[in-house]
Design a protein around this ligand. Structure first.
Ligand code: ATR
Length: 289
């Protein structure tokens, strides 16, 4: 990588940022595409978020990613916001405009693209989502946006699933989300579903944990999609496979949220071939960490 007078800067705002794989993905893409940008992490304190966004613009920074804990807090400091990001209420990508930054949610467009790449359909499908935290709510929004017909939303705390259902059913003007307690899965009509695992259970180092242990639940899954990518094969994924389903981890989502941001910043398209090459490098990198 040669940094010269024409190099443009991109980066990540969050706290902490030391474990991020985003610099690896973006700098790999820039090298592969011979694009003169560098991507660096910025640890930002909560009371300095507005200055960080304004300062990035003043420094002619091309684009920013935003991560925990600022994906919602950053919204007031944006010049514009993409409709899906607005509906989700969280932004992870800032794209430079003349007067500020426009916010996008490429976590969700990236998840959708990762699923498409893996041949998973959403349009017209009935699905199951596990969890009702921030991540699960974003996934539910994205799935309704891409026209799934029904979502069984299962959570330990039923009230949180109920709140999401009330809010999103109203927004999309249809009774698409059915909130349930985790233990009520036996009330779901017996057939095969895409199941998206959106809780934090099973994340390294608690790799042997899973939000539902009962093997009979997994009879409902033709496909299991875990948003977690560390460990590479979660216990949820193993249980899906043991019941005869196919499973995916969240590494594709991580890759494509970066690719979607990269395309927005650089006004280009990353080919499937470059995406796959980058995926393999990323996979090796996650195994190192
Ligand atoms: P995120 O932003 O990653 O979604 P979050 O908003 O804290 O994080 O949500 C965490 C999710 O994991 C929630 O669905 C949570 O269930 P509750 O709403 O009942 O808290 C779920 N979760 C966390 N620990 C859990 C546990 N031990 N058993 C079952 N679900 C759990």
């Amino acid at each position: 990588m040669i940094v010269n007078g024409e190099t443009r800067l991109c980066g990540l705002i969050g706290n902490p940022v030391s474990h991020t794989l985003s610099p690896f993905i973006h700098n790999t893409l820039s090298k592969r595409m011979t694009i003169n940008t560098v991507y660096v992490p910025f640890q930002v304190e909560k009371n300095e978020l507005s200055q960080a966004v304004a300062g990035a613009h003043a420094l002619n920074v091309l684009g920013m990613n935003v991560t925990v804990p600022y994906k919602t807090d950053v919204i007031p400091y944006l010049d514009a916001i993409d409709p899906m990001a607005k509906g989700i209420g969280a932004v992870n990508t800032l794209v430079r405009t003349q007067n500020g930054y426009k916010g996008y949610n490429t976590d969700m467009t990236g998840l959708c693209r990762a699923m498409q790449t893996e041949g998973i359909r959403l349009n017209g499908e009935e699905i199951i989502i596990l969890g009702a935290g921030g991540a699960a709510r974003s996934v539910a929004y994205m799935c309704l946006y891409y026209k799934v017909s029904k979502i069984y939303l299962l959570n330990r705390t039923i009230e949180k699933a109920q709140n999401i259902a009330d809010e999103l059913n109203k927004e999309f003007q249809r009774e698409a989300i059915i909130p349930m307690h985790l233990a009520e899965f036996d009330k779901i009509p017996t057939k095969k579903y895409l199941v998206i695992q959106g809780t934090s259970i099973g994340l390294h180092p608690d790799s042997e944990a899973c939000v539902i242990e009962d093997p009979s639940f997994y009879q409902l899954a033709h496909t299991g999609y875990d948003l977690i990518y560390r460990p590479f094969k979660t216990r949820f994924m193993k249980l899906v496979e043991e019941a005869g389903g196919v499973s995916f981890n969240g590494l594709g989502m991580l890759l494509f949220q970066a690719i979607d941001a990269y395309e927005l910043w650089n006004h280009l398209e990353i080919s499937d071939e470059v995406a796959m090459e980058t995926y393999e490098l990323l996979k090796a990198e996650t195994k190192k960490a």
